[in-house]
Ligand binder design. Structure first.
Ligand SMILES: [Zn+2]
Length: 108
């Protein structure tokens, strides 16, 4: 558990916790930027889209992944980055985050 807390602390401190707010619907999506990609975190449901969560948390091997802890810490401390996005981008971004990918910047 110690290393999970340390990693979560680092993620918060480094500004890797992001709250995406979609306009105009106001939908909110928590994302943690990890070493290998970006993961969707649902703090109320206790869900994260990272492989660690899928393979170790769901099997009961680990109590939680650090992304989930990072989002909870970030909310507690109000220390996260807010990113505004257009509703039109929502579904595609969700698809990337659920796969743990870093979404490509939209071409202009
Ligand atoms: Zn995770």
């Amino acid at each position: 558990m110690t290393s999970i807390l340390v990693e979560a602390e680092n993620a918060v401190r480094m500004g890797r916790v992001r709250l995406h707010v979609f306009k105009p619907s106001g939908r909110r999506r928590w994302v943690v930027v990890g070493r290998h990609g970006e993961y969707l975190v649902l703090p109320e449901a206790g869900y994260c889209s990272c492989p660690d969560f899928f393979f170790r948390v769901m099997s009961g091997e680990k109590p939680t992944c650090y992304h989930l802890v990072a989002v909870k810490l970030a909310i507690e401390r109000k220390q996260f980055n807010i990113v505004e996005k257009d509703d039109a981008e929502h579904d595609q971004l969700m698809e990337h985050w659920l796969k743990g990918e870093t979404p490509k910047e939209k071409e202009q």
